[in-house]
Design a protein around this ligand. Structure first.
Ligand SMILES: *Cc1c(COP(=O)(O)O)cnc(C)c1O
Length: 364
């Protein structure tokens, strides 16, 4: 078999080997089903516990209270950019607050504007999306229908360390690129959504955690597939769910619980991983220049520049030759981005940090 590389892809991203191996083992015959999990009814005795375990694992990892529902939806995180304002902004006569810290937040605002009034309560755009705002910089509306932010801006590598304080306004969050990567308090949120393909599974499914009082606000007359209440009332099975993607989410979350040891351990491990890379940046005498302001650095997507674009291209090429792939930064930021989601082993970050030191010595 060909060797697997250290995969620094931004998404879809690496998956834990243990989960892939289990899926491979059970690919042709899922135990008790006599067929692949892809080949059986989503209403079968074999599949229902799979969805249930994906839900239970997420509930356990995040200690989610009983007044929240965990849903599995489709359409990517990008569909949530529309679904949220369709359910909670359209026709309310209120406006929605958006905190803008990067490219994904900008897309969320673009879709929300189609549904109603929005206010951008802080924007990092002029500064090139290098940081998140201080609480005192937020121009919040106490009467907003909700306040939306992006915990981790995947392209720029800028991450909130704690959630903004928004009083009684429902806090809504795109957690696509740092979901289940660190500990946080679910009860601060009204709605959390995350595309699976960064941290918890393959593309094709979005995890949504929604508080019951939000479900009660869902208006009548929405398209069925965009109605959170209908999804919740039908346990995410109003129509055929993305069975295989949910199955992989169940395996990845089981790995987080059993192999890594729960979210505290996941959190500590991800901090250790990111430290290797940020130390390599900070100890390079300015050869590597981090994009994000230090106190807003992402634990998931460190981004940095080299002295020039030629050296950046050389860095990416030589890293690839050394079995470290996917390091080219997004074209809007340039430079290097190392996406080091949950599945990236500590050894991958260690190897990259060593490569960085070597490369700077040779090409400095
Ligand atoms: C990847 C990503 C998205 C888009 O996800 P899709 O599933 O492709 O729609 C949205 N927000 C963030 C923060 C992301 O990282």
């Amino acid at each position: 078999m060909e060797q697997r590389v250290f995969n620094f892809s931004a998404g879809p991203a690496g998956l834990p080997l243990a989960a892939l191996q289990e899926a491979q083992r059970d690919l042709l015959v899922y135990p008790g089903a006599g067929a692949s999990i892809m080949e059986i009814s989503h209403r079968s005795k074999a599949f229902e516990p799979v969805l249930q375990s994906a839900r239970d694992n997420i509930t356990q990892l995040l200690n989610i209270p009983s007044n929240y529902k965990v849903l599995f939806l489709q359409g990517g995180a990008s569909m949530q950019f529309s679904q949220i304002p369709m359910n909670f902004l359209r026709g309310t006569g209120k406006s929605a607050d958006y905190i803008l810290t990067g490219a994904w937040g900008a897309k969320a605002i673009k879709e929300a504007k189609k549904e109603g009034a929005t206010r951008t309560v802080w924007s990092g755009k002029e500064e090139g999306y290098k940081r998140v705002p201080a609480q005192s910089e937020l121009d919040l509306d106490a009467n907003a229908s909700y306040c939306h932010f992006t915990t981790n801006e995947t392209i720029e590598g800028v991450q909130f360390q704690t959630e903004p304080e928004v009083g009684t306004v429902p806090l809504v969050c795109d957690m696509s690129s740092d979901f289940l990567s660190r500990t946080f308090d679910v009860t601060k949120y009204a709605l959390i959504y995350a595309g699976a393909q960064k941290n918890i599974g393959p593309a094709g499914v979005v995890a949504v955690i929604i508080r019951d009082d939000m479900l009660a606000k869902v208006p009548d007359g929405l398209p069925s597939m965009l109605d959170y209440k209908l999804a919740a009332d039908n346990d995410s099975m109003y129509n055929t769910p993305p069975c295989f993607a949910i199955y992989i989410v169940a395996l990845v979350t089981k790995w987080l619980i059993n192999d890594i040891g729960g979210l505290d351990k996941v959190d500590a491990r991800n901090r250790e991983k990111a430290k290797y890379i940020y130390d390599a940046i900070d100890n390079s005498d300015g050869y590597y220049r981090g994009h994000a302001q230090k106190d807003c650095r992402s634990l998931m997507n460190p981004t940095w520049r080299l002295p020039n674009e030629e050296l950046e291209a050389k860095f990416v090429k030589e890293a690839k030759a050394a079995s470290m792939d996917g390091l080219k930064g997004h074209r809007s930021v340039g430079g290097i981005r190392a996406s080091i989601y949950n599945a990236m082993p500590v050894d991958g970050c260690k190897a990259l940090a060593e490569f960085m030191a070597e490369f700077a010595k040779k090409n400095g």
